[in-house]
Design a protein around this ligand. Sequence first.
Ligand code: ADP
Ligand code: MG
Length: 311
Amino acid sequence: MAEDKILEVKNLQKHFRVGRNKTVKAVDGVTFDIYRGETFGLVGESGSGKSTTGRTIIRLYDATGGEVKFNNEDVHGKKSKEELLKFNRKMQMIFQDPSSSLNPRMTVMDIIAEGLDIHNLVKNEKERKERVEELLEVVGLNKEHASRFPHEFSGGQRQRIGIARALAVEPDLIIADEPISALDVSIQAQVVNLLKKLQKERGLTYLFIAHDLSMVKYISDRIGVMYLGNLVELADSDELYNNPIHPYTKSLLTAIPLPDPEYERNRKRVPYDPSVHDTSEVPEFREIRPRHWVRCTKKEFEQYKKELENE
Ligand code: ADP
Ligand code: MG
């Protein structure tokens, strides 16, 4: 049976006009699917276009080109207010920096209830309060927190508030844009564990964005690697770790710290050298093994295949 696709992204492009005659091709032809219930990790260094991809999928930006389907329905193109509201409810976003994504002048109650209000999900004030208090407990905070303001919380707690806000409208897909990057390492695992627990309990699907592979490895079912607006490799997590093919993926993998001091002393990040590529034609996304895709030319494809066989 074919896996159930919740999201289909085809040849997505988002170009920004900067100044009078400069264009930044932040996302330039990205294609991937996300299956219902999985965690899809999107990885790449800063500036590779990860946030723009997430924001365009969710329609915070209009796409320059390409297609996004959510539950088999077109997300982009002309939409009625009701249709947009429906997408907006079923796809939610969690941001990297909870202090700038939470309105400092709103109480936690009003922040979390915002979606409930917009989508008319509660009948009265009492129900509104109960729902918010319940959500606070679901994310590991408590109901006394409802009357406070964002600045009264730690970074990890603020991220929990952001998670509660997203959960309030009962989404199917959550796009988490570097949700742990701004947190202390000791807090990161707690937030990741919370996200995993919620996923299990609620059947959520995640697009989890990160700038390195260290945490993503443990939480993703599949991973896409982004470089300068394009996906360069996509595979099941284990396959990507055990058999990375694209030189950029290999370079990212050498940047993961290991709990071995001896190894860490000698570890060097292998830099990525884009000049190693064959330039005889425009590279395409090709399936080199079942479910394992790599962006390459035909010539590189043959070369990568040989490398895989010789392992
Ligand atoms: P990432 O999330 O991987 O760090 P971004 O998606 O934020 O990457 O950015 C990708 C590229 O697009 C960068 O070169 C960035 O400067 C540019 N960019 C992002 N947002 C805008 C914008 N609103 N206007 C102009 N350029 C932008
Ligand atoms: Mg980003």
